[in-house]
Design a protein around this ligand. Structure first.
Ligand code: PXL
Length: 277
């Protein structure tokens, strides 16, 4: 049996349930070996906490990659999320070229913005650098805000299918082959994901919950990567990740004061069941 190995490159937010503390358990639950390259270490994530610590690990990256190369370590997929500096984005492109195994899948979540705004600490130079990494992705997993920043299309809170088609065409012009566009809602009670593959679009729609919590983008991208590497098609993986994320949001609603992250743990059994269908 081929034992698949994913490398995921994103930060460790020690508390806050996002990035590596979400990717590691979720991809592992999908039955995939999950190796990590931390981009930065923060005491918490930056959305809703104040006074967090931030240690940028850019300087550690070349040495870690050199060692893997010397050991002949290669990956079946590389999945990137929140990166710690603009300089790091080019380093990650270099890592793609050095430790990708045969037919390695590259999945890029350009985690840098939400709700029309860049996250604290990011600027236009970071967005420019991120465009380069997005071109290297086999699958890009952005939200609408990130897509707008990458393409220069003004962010809109309400929109129609023509606006989403324009965003997808612009991402394609940027060089992104396949795009899983998350959080696309065309009706008040529903939301969903648009799966754009080789120029054609499919939409997976599901109920929209009124409770929101931080970190659902990371939960979604991690489940997508786990399902894709397990051998599901991109549309199947996108749908499984959406059903799982919805289950996590429902679990979060049962817990008091859990705004800082999704209660993804109680729904892991559901994810495993979805993968076995
Ligand atoms: O979920 C994206 C994310 C990841 N890592 C850190 C963040 C955020 C979003 O705010 O602050 C540190």
């Amino acid at each position: 049996m081929r034992y698949k190995k994913v490398l995921t490159i994103q930060d460790i937010s020690c508390v806050g349930k996002c990035s590596l503390t979400v990717a590691l358990p979720i991809i592992s639950a999908c039955g995939i070996e999950t190796c990590v390259l931390p981009s930065a270490v923060l005491s918490t994530h930056t959305a809703g906490f104040s006074g967090y610590t931030f240690r940028d690990l850019t300087e550690d990256m070349p040495g870690i990659c050199n060692h893997w190369e010397k050991e002949g370590i290669f990956f079946d997929a590389i999945y990137t999320g929140y990166l710690g500096s603009t300089r790091q984005v080019a380093m990650v492109e270099d890592i793609f070229s050095r430790v990708s195994g045969e037919n390695c899948l590259h999945i890029v979540d350009p985690a840098m913005a939400d709700n029309g705004k860049l996250y604290p600490g990011f600027d236009d130079a970071f967005v420019e650098a991120m465009k380069g990494l997005c071109r290297k992705a086999d699958y890009l997993v952005p939200n609408i805000t990130e897509s707008c920043l990458l393409t220069g299309i003004p962010y809109q809170e309400t929109y129609d299918r023509a606006y989403i088609d324009r965003i997808l065409a612009a991402l394609s012009d940027l060089g992104c082959k396949n795009v899983i566009l998350t959080g696309i809602s065309y009706a008040p009670e529903t939301t969903g994901v648009v799966v754009y593959e080789d120029g054609s679009c499919r939409y997976y729609e599901h109920p929209l919950r009124s409770n929101s919590c931080h970190g659902t983008g990371d939960v979604y991208a991690s489940a997508f990567v786990g399902a894709l590497v397990r051998g599901k098609t991109a549309f199947e993986a996108a749908s499984i990740a959406a059903d799982y994320t919805l289950a996590c949001i429902d679990e979060t609603a049962k817990v008091e004061n859990h705004w800082y992250g999704a209660a993804f743990e109680p729904a892991l059994g559901k994810l495993i069941a979805l993968l076995e269908n």
